[in-house]
Design a protein around this ligand. Structure first.
Ligand code: PRX
Length: 682
């Protein structure tokens, strides 16, 4: 790690310090069988997308879409950093993902739903059937709810077909959907309803998870209560039924507010709704993501640029042909699912698999049984899932005859050991792997190898995608020389079509979060003066392959999902006994990082175990089970600087069993050893 990174206190208290440092691995050639059938096999692509051809190069992506009205300008930079893409153009995302495929692929499977109970037969929904369902739902949203273009609707849906149907129905009308990951608590959902100003919540009664049919409707009641307490009235809660015609939750319905979608849909049977002609710049959806403050950010994605970017990257990086059966094991509640389960694959007329449940249920062989049964040939998952399957799966029957041609990882760095297992055991050495680096704010992949053109290097995400020009800046904004191998702030010098438009309702936060730090001339209208700050640390090896080191801000990446430490700390502070809270990332063999919590309590509080329990419950209730701390340390005091700042770095060193360093300048150095003994033992 560089001196500039080492010496900076802000970054020292961060994750880059505990980031993995693997030895450089050897290149691995993409398998010949893959290369022979790959969509993108023209090495000229990098030249076509070099800086000389920016931004016009992105016409190639826009041309993959069907436009109602052609765009007149590729990129409008008149109001930095609020870039506009494909201005003047009109299109509809739902039309591009459904209608336009009907002539050729009417009765080809668009989505295959696999429910968690293994005895249920998978259900393949054709493009025609998807068209019918989406139209009926769009008619319901338009005529029953009175929703129109620009309105927001919050969805709190799990992985069933109701989710993509609802998203596409919104998109058909130009209604902005805001899907909240189903694993998030009712309170989290309520907070997002309020922030987005939604009058409708669309949810489901129940869904299967790890062998249990969860009562999800209970979360809707909490969500509505939370939103109303924050000043946002919810007119109606629309409830899909996991088993249509039957109510599978225990929580009673609220009269006048709760309605079953399936009941109302009866009035809209056979209805068709013209797809709205939306401006390329019309927002398509919001996706809330954790940031460095307690409040999640509503990442606002545009219609034209976003759809063009996900279609282009699905085609070139995922190599999705319409004939492929593609399975991304992520959840649609995260950006990966929006871009690479729904919008990207469907824009390409692919067959995309949706699995409801836990990958390891009822046992670790489940994903491979699903893949074999459906003939999946493109598989996309997270390093956490790879590690979990690897650890648990050593002794279970491996995948049968090799089927995968392509495998993706996303969300966190994948260590060479896990990479090799994935390559050898799952891909049987015949599937190409792409390690894709990107973020909720980015819309689609930013770094990855181009599967047929670039050699793979385990542990490195690979070079930047065509049309993406990264730069690594030191903490003073000075460019680190290309290929220096020195760690710094991973930034992207140019705008690209997938970048968010803004943070919903908070333009200032958009500027402050991504641009303020490294923009030297805030009055400049030249995009070159506005590098996008990703918040990740990275090193650029001499070969131009980026190795992502992890977050350099107060965000923890757990199993590839972002958790804001402030959000967690705020949740801990709702426990009355807790005076102070600090959350630190701890390296975990399977999940990458997990949050450990330190809370201080007054001396009068003696039942520390009870406090720890309350803290865990608060995190689960306020954020969701995903935020459950792996450990809670109830301590008498926090290590602090003389100005009273909690030294999270010291706590992180204790939890990660690293050298604590010099603490003599702290206001209370004696507490450090007490905490160390409490956590690590003598
Ligand atoms: O730290 C990076 C890590 O995940 C963060 C983005 O999280 P989120 O917005 O939830 O999106 C996840 C899926 C796109 C990044 O800031 N990250 C993502 N992909 C990789 C990664 N770290 C290393 N290697 C990757 N391939």
């Amino acid at each position: 790690m560089t001196d500039s990174v080492k010496n900076d206190e802000r970054t020292e208290a961060n994750e880059a310090q505990i980031a993995v440092h693997w030895k450089e691995e050897k290149y691995i050639e993409p398998p010949k069988s893959f290369v022979e059938q790959a969509i993108l096999n023209d090495p000229g692509v990098r030249k076509r997308f070099d800086e000389k051809h920016f931004p016009d190069c992105f016409r190639e992506y826009a041309d993959m879409l069907t436009w109602f009205k052609p765009y007149t300008k590729v990129l409008d930079t008149s109001h930095p950093p609020f870039w506009k893409w494909f201005t003047g153009g009109k299109l509809n995302a739902c039309y591009n993902c459904v209608d336009r495929h009907l002539d050729k692929y009417r009765n080809k499977a668009a989505l295959i739903f696999v429910s968690e109970p293994e005895d249920d037969v998978p259900y393949a929904m054709t493009y025609q059937e998807l068209y019918v369902r989406v139209n009926e739902m769009a008619a319901l949203l338009k005529d029953y709810c009175g929703l129109k273009a620009g309105d927001r609707v919050t969805l709190h849906l799990p992985m069933t077909l109701d989710l993509p149907i609802t998203m596409l129905a919104c998109a058909r009308l130009g209604v902005i959907h805001s899907q909240v990951f189903a694993g998030f608590s009712g309170q989290s959902c309520g907070q997002r309803i309020q922030d987005s100003g939604s009058h409708y919540l669309i949810t489901i009664d129940a869904y299967w998870r790890s062998g249990k049919l969860l009562d999800h409707k209970a979360n809707a009641d909490i969500a509505v209560k939370t939103a109303e307490a924050a000043g946002q009235h919810v007119d109606k809660v629309l409830i899909w039924q996991r088993y249509p015609g039957k109510y599978s939750a225990k929580t009673p319905l609220v009269k006048g507010r709760d309605v079953f979608v399936n009941d109302v849909l009866k009035d809209y049977k056979g209805k068709r709704v013209e797809p709205a002609h939306m401006d390329a710049e019309a927002p398509l959806f919001l996706m809330y993501s954790s940031g460095t403050t307690g409040k999640p950010k509503g990442c606002q994605h545009r219609t034209g640029g976003y759809l063009a970017y996900v279609a282009g990257t699905s085609k070139w990086i995922q190599d999705i042909h319409p004939e492929d059966t593609y399975w991304c094991m992520a959840d649609i509640g995260w950006i990966t699912g929006h871009s690479y389960i729904v919008y990207g694959p469907l824009a390409l007329a692919a067959t995309s698999v949706i699995y409801e449940g836990t990958p390891t249920y009822p046992d670790v062989g489940r994903p491979w049984r699903i893949a074999e049964r459906l003939g999946v040939n493109i598989f996309h998952t997270s390093p956490t899932a790879v590690r979990a399957l690897r650890r648990l799966g050593e002794n279970v029957p491996k995948m049968g005859p090799q089927k995968f041609k392509h495998m993706t990882t996303v969300g966190e760095p994948i260590e060479p050991k896990a990479w090799h297992w994935y390559f050898d055991q799952i891909g049987k050495g015949k599937a190409v792997i792409v390690d894709t680096w990107w973020q909720t704010e980015n819309g689609g992949f930013l770094c990855s190898t181009i599967p047929a053109l670039d050699k793979m290097k385990p542990g490195s995400a690979g070079p930047a995608l065509p049309g993406i020009y990264p730069v690594i800046l030191d903490d003073n904004g000075k460019e680190l020389p290309k290929g220096s191998g020195i760690a710094g702030n991973m930034c992207i010098r140019n705008p690209w079509p997938g970048i968010i438009q803004t943070i919903w309702g908070d333009d200032q936060r958009f500027i402050d979060t991504y641009y303020r730090r490294f923009c030297k001339y805030p009055k400049s209208k030249d995009w070159r003066d506005w590098p996008y700050m990703s918040g990740d640390g990275a090193v650029d090896a001499p070969d131009g392959y980026y190795r992502i080191l992890g977050r350099i801000d107060d965000v923890i990446n757990v199993s590839g999902h972002r958790l804001g430490t402030k959000e967690l700390e705020n949740a801990c502070l709702t426990v009355p006994e807790v005076s102070e809270a600090a959350v630190v990332p701890v390296v975990d063999e399977i999940r990458g990082k997990v949050p450990e919590v330190y809370v201080s309590v007054p001396a009068s509080v003696t039942d520390r175990a009870a406090v720890a329990k309350k803290v865990i419950k608060a995190c689960e209730d306020i954020i969701g089970k995903i935020a459950r701390p792996s450990k809670v340390h109830v301590v008498p005091d926090m290590p602090k600087t003389r100005s009273g700042k909690i030294m999270r770095r010291v706590l992180a060193s204790i939890s990660n069993k690293r050298d604590i360093g010099d603490v003599t300048t702290l206001a209370n150095p004696e507490v450090v050893e007490k905490i160390r003994v409490q956590v690590q033992g003598k």
